[in-house]
Ligand binder design. Structure first.
Ligand code: GLY
Length: 367
């Protein structure tokens, strides 16, 4: 059965539809948004092969026209040059303000196409069809769109909400185990930041989620999307509590920057290590107890995720270099480090003015 979570943002509210067979019935689900309109479906090389023509054929009977474009797979497509090429390709099709873009892919496609939609003719409608678990539970929801700059990730972008998110669990069948685990780390994050009973449920049912067992995956994706929808509704532009969604991410982004986005370390894997460290750092600062940190790390390890610095690819843990990456992060204001810390599982808080020397000492003690 299809589950629906609404992101409540007044006139810009939208639904996230979660379940099986959504893509196969795309015409029914997309009709209110694409009927009699020009649609451009944008995929990457993988999702083009797997789903693009099927989706185009499915919705063609109800659309005025359907075009398909694709970009290379991978983080490199979130570049200014790829963005420029995509915009020129879309414009060359002959578009108008009623044109609808569909992002068919993982987080890279969602971010790139969302930003293209925000920019095209000063804003056209777009729909997210996330095809990775990580995109279904995090990046496709909440309207963060953007591309990378030479000096850092996601530094060029806009808050721009989709009209619909279609999270079809059938498409997760083509993901390899590593990708599923990486997405799972973001699911765990929601339990840890605000919902201890969800974390308990994951401790009991995490393997069913990773195995894409229908009831379990639907519950995990829906609970994650409900948590994110609530936070985004309260704080769309991250003036306050939306920052809680960055639990584990200050560490994670530094590891990713150090790794150089070369595929050796997936975002979700970096987040898993970051979650373990956020609990340990909270304990070190006397805000939480060490047993919670051990419990969190035990669950991540049981699910096959890295959970400590020792699990990272070699040479990625120089404390001074990691802190200098943190200083350059767009969430660091005037050199003031902010961390999302915890008091216990399910209770997180935003803590600014963290002393960089404390972070260096902590990271060195974990190396
Ligand atoms: N991924 C964090 C956020 O959407 O705010």
């Amino acid at each position: 059965m299809t589950k629906i979570v609404t992101v409540a943002l007044g006139a810009r509210s939208y639904d996230i539809k979660i379940g099986q067979g959504l893509l196969a019935n795309a015409q029914e689900h997309l009709s209110p948004f694409v009927k009699d309109r020009h649609v451009v479906i944008i995929a990457d090389a993988h999702t083009k092969e797997l789903y693009q023509s099927e989706l185009a054929h499915n919705i063609e009977p109800i659309c005025r026209r359907v075009d398909c474009l694709d970009v290379p797979a991978g983080e490199h497509s979130k570049s200014l040059s790829q963005f420029a090429e995509l915009m020129e390709d879309i414009l060359a099709l002959g578009v108008d303000r009623k044109t609808v873009l569909i992002a068919l892919g993982g987080g890279v496609i969602g971010d790139l196409v969302g930003y293209a939609a925000a920019s095209l003719l000063r804003g056209v409608d777009f729909i997210q069809i996330p095809t990775s678990l990580l995109a279904q539970v995090d990046s496709s929801v909440g309207g963060k769109t953007g591309i990378n700059a030479r000096v850092g990730k996601n530094l060029i972008g806009a808050f721009y909400q989709p009209k619909l998110v279609l999270a079809d669990s059938d498409v997760l069948r083509t993901l390899d185990e590593r990708q599923m685990r990486a997405g799972y780390a973001e699911i765990v994050k929601y339990g840890l930041l605000g919902d201890a009973s969800f974390f308990e449920w994951l401790e009991a049912h995490g393997e069913d989620v990773l195995n894409n067992e229908p009831e379990a995956i639907a519950h995990a994706v829906m609970t994650s999307c409900m948590a994110k929808a609530q936070i985004v509704s309260d704080d769309e532009t991250e003036a306050g509590k939306r920052a809680l969604l960055n639990l584990g991410h200050t560490f994670a982004h530094a590891f990713e920057a150090e790794a150089g986005y070369d595929g050796r370390l997936l975002h979700g894997e970096a987040v898993a290590v970051g979650l373990g460290l956020a609990f340990e750092f909270s304990a070190e600062l006397g805000r939480a107890n060490g047993q919670d940190a051990s419990r969190v790390k035990a669950h991540l390890a049981k699910m096959g995720l890295p959970c400590s610095i020792a699990d990272l690819p070699a040479g990625q843990a120089d404390a001074g270099r990691l802190v200098s990456h943190m200083m350059k992060d767009k969430k660091t204001n005037n050199g003031i480090l902010t961390f999302i810390l915890v008091t216990e599982i399910g209770k997180s808080e935003i803590v600014s003015h963290i002393d960089s020397n404390d972070v260096i000492r902590f990271l060195e003690s974990r190396n």
